[in-house]
Design a protein around this ligand. Structure first.
Ligand SMILES: NC(=O)c1ccc[n+]([C@@H]2O[C@H](COP(=O)([O-])OP(=O)(O)OC[C@H]3O[C@@H](n4cnc5c(N)ncnc54)[C@H](O)[C@@H]3O)[C@@H](O)[C@H]2O)c1
Length: 390
């Protein structure tokens, strides 16, 4: 598995490049078999160009079926940079102002994590389809239920851009699972290791002392993104951190933990160990692996029963001019999936139920860690049924 091993080991970068931001240029061969699903151009608005420059990082501006109708940033300099990067002349001083633009059909919310739920719901109510950077909500169960209800009542398409979903290895696991080649997942592991000895800059300091499991989607994707299932119960442990911003008196969350390791019960009845760590320097990564009834998938090593190698499955073609991009070559795929889902009026891969099942498991995990690993039930989000509290 070529890229699996590549994104499985992210070395410490002496230039302090943010982990996951290894990017690749568009590969002409990756679009060879691509077929447009429509000849229409979708009018997209983009909000947010912070420290990760996420607004332009998913290549909406390069998709043949997209026109960037407008961009929005609170900060004037970043707004100008985002407009330049997206080759778009129309700018707004905020996402909220952009939502009043009736010509815009879909919005990419690439703002700070605490604003995701509020801006996403405002956009949905304004009639827009929404793609949102992770996490779907920020530590709030109330926001999770409100977001779920808003997606259902507005009938707009919603997708969370969890980058692990299009890692080469996770893509392959999902295809094998869907084809029935793996049976049930007995055990899954995922981890997001990202050392923050000092907090990375962020809008109004939202990363300072961030509870690790409030940012759980990169790791949780290695179960939810394979099976489409959820976590039903969690017991999570944390260790009080030696890092200054991760001491409860030094952050607005009262969070004492820099590493939280969760053990989940899965909706298939199996187990998943999902870890997030900010205070352990060394090899970073957004990685995971699964052991299933019919095979084992460990990133760069896969085997089925009796040692038979599982087939390598390639990710789908990308539109011409669209690069796979950062985070294991996932950005272009996420954006294309969202655009295609809207053009075809079908559910996008990471719908609101999967987005919340990934995010809310982490919120409950942090709560469990604060209570010394108490086993807690997790609210379930299922688009086929009424939401319930587990
Ligand atoms: N692998 C991944 O999926 C991954 C990696 C990095 C970041 N992210 C996510 O991407 C998002 C952006 O990350 P970042 O580090 O750039 O965040 P950041 O805090 O540095 O930047 C947020 C930006 O949003 C702007 N903003 C805030 N409210 C706004 C509004 N109402 N209208 C317009 N602009 C507004 C701010 O001015 C700021 O420039 C975050 O949600 C983060 O969680 C995901």
């Amino acid at each position: 598995m070529n890229e699996a091993s590549q994104h499985g080991a992210v070395p410490i970068d002496p230039s302090n490049t943010i982990q996951g931001f290894e990017t690749s240029a568009a590969d002409p061969s990756s679009s060879e078999a691509w077929q447009p699903v429509s000849d229409r151009k979708l009018r997209v608005g983009i909000a947010g160009y912070g420290v990760c420059r996420f607004g332009a990082a998913f290549h909406f501006q390069d998709h043949p079926n997209v026109t960037i109708a407008a961009v929005a940033e609170l900060d004037a300099d970043k707004r100008a940079e985002l407009a330049r990067a997206c080759r778009c002349a129309t700018t707004y001083e905020s996402c909220e102002a952009m939502l009043a633009d009736h010509s815009i059909e879909a919005v990419f919310v690439a703002t700070d994590a605490p604003s995701h739920a509020r801006l996403t719901m405002a956009a949905l109510r304004a009639g827009k389809h929404v793609a949102c950077a992770v996490p779907a909500v920020f530590g709030s169960l109330e926001d999770a239920h409100a977001l779920f209800d808003t997606v259902r009542t507005t009938g707009r398409h919603y997708m969370m851009f969890e980058t692990s979903y299009y890692h080469a290895d996770l893509y392959c696991m999902r295809e094998l699972y869907r084809a029935g080649r793996l049976g049930r997942v007995v055990y899954a592991e995922g981890e997001y290791w990202h050392y923050f000895g000092t907090p990375l800059a962020s809008h109004e300091g939202w990363r300072t002392g961030l509870p690790p499991q409030w940012y759980p989607t990169h790791s949780n994707a290695y179960y939810v993104g394979v099976t489409g299932g959820s976590f039903t119960e969690v017991s999570c442990m944390g260790m009080p951190s030696h890092i200054d911003h991760l001491k409860p008196e030094n952050n607005s969350f009262g969070n004492p933990f820099g590493t939280e390791v969760a053990l989940f019960r899965t909706s298939e009845g199996g187990m998943a160990r999902m870890a997030v760590s900010w205070d352990t320097p060394g090899q970073g990564g957004e990685t995971g692996r699964i052991r299933t009834q019919h095979g084992t998938y460990y990133g760069n090593y896969a085997s089925g029963q009796e040692g038979v190698a599982l087939p390598e499955i390639r990710r789908p073609p990308l539109p011409p001019g669209v690069a796979a991009g950062g985070h294991g070559g996932s950005h272009g795929y996420l954006m294309s999936e969202f655009v295609e889902a809207i053009l075809m009026d079908r559910a996008p891969l990471i719908d609101v139920a999967q987005a919340l099942n990934m995010t809310v498991g982490g919120i409950m995990a942090h709560q469990s860690a604060l209570h010394d690993g108490e086993l807690l039930r997790i609210p379930q989000f299922n688009l086929g049924e009424v939401t319930s509290d587990g």
